[in-house]
Design a protein around this ligand. Structure first.
Ligand code: ADP
Ligand code: MG
Length: 264
């Protein structure tokens, strides 16, 4: 690093993750090194089993790697005890999953304020609700605060999960197949949200196996056998609001065709 340069928010060096699997052992992540700068929007691609989720869980401080060095915002993660690690994760990382992982019997507001109960300083209830309301407003759900997951569409549920991930104003948003359960239009909406959060300064790292979803990122990594086999910038990235407009036009055209079909 040269003097005055900004350190990466995520820095992985020679990271390995091995799992015992009967007699053999599986190297889910194999000698992987990568730097991600603050403000990047990175897509991680690769076939099933290539190690994407394992990598995300390491970056998210959910699983410590078997070996290697991980600096999160300059902090050596392996040196922290459990309590320090939980605190760092809570402050720096927001996690979004394919299956939303919301509590079923709980309102959007309560789902979103939940992480605040794990903060060091317990906030008063009024403050918690104000922050959860602000997070849900940011993801476009100001009018769904009292809804339970079953009363929301898939896209809305994912927006609740994203609001929950944002509640502690994390540096980094990690998303593992966030559009895996969503249709094309809803996926474009969620990618629009990610792009606007990224433009507001949040670093986004997102796993997807779909090319058209990776196309929203500014940088695309490809994994195979626990290694990064390709790493390139995506200068022609898809702009979500343009894609949303295109999909809207396509839908109107399809409806017109259908109507004419009925006339004929
Ligand atoms: P991806 O998300 O790209 O599909 P994963 O990171 O889930 O890949 O898995 C990478 C490899 O590690 C696979 O071979 C998988 O079977 C193995 N693996 C992942 N998690 C575990 C685990 N908890 N125990 C044993 N093997 C695992
Ligand atoms: Mg996976």
């Amino acid at each position: 690093m040269t003097a005055g340069s900004v350190p990466p928010v995520i820095s992985l060096r020679d990271i390995c993750m091995t799992y015992a699997s009967g007699e053999a052992e599986v190297r889910a992540v194999d000698q992987l090194s990568v730097d991600i700068q603050r403000g990047e929007f990175v897509a991680v691609m690769g076939i099933s089993g290539s190690g994407k989720s394992t990598l995300m869980n390491i970056i998210g401080c959910l699983d410590p790697p078997t070996s290697g060095a991980y600096l999160l915002d300059g902090v050596a993660v392996s040196r922290l005890d459990r309590r320090q690690l939980a605190k760092l994760r809570n402050e720096k990382i927001g996690f979004v999953f394919q299956g939303f992982n919301l509590l079923a019997r709980t309102t959007a507001l309560e789902n979103v304020e939940l992480p605040l109960h794990y903060s060091e300083a317990v906030l008063p209830r009024r403050e918690r609700l104000a922050r959860a309301t602000a997070a849900l407003t940011r993801t476009g759900l100001a009018n769904r605060l009292g809804h339970r997951p079953s009363q929301l569409s898939g896209g809305q549920q994912q927006r609740v999960a994203i609001a929950r991930a944002l509640i502690n104003e994390p540096e980094v948003l990690l998303a593992d197949e966030p559009t895996g359960n969503l249709d094309t239009r809803t996926s474009a909406d969620v990618m629009g949200l990610f792009q606007s959060l990224n433009e507001a300064g949040i670093t986004v790292v997102m796993v997807t196996h779909e090319l058209d979803i990776a196309a929203y990122a500014r940088r695309v990594l490809v994994m195979r056998d626990g290694r990064i086999i390709d790493d390139r910038s995506n200068d022609q990235r898809t702009i979500a609001h343009e894609e949303q407009a295109r999909l809207q036009r396509a839908m109107v055209t399809a409806r017109l065709d259908e109507d004419q079909g009925h006339v004929r």
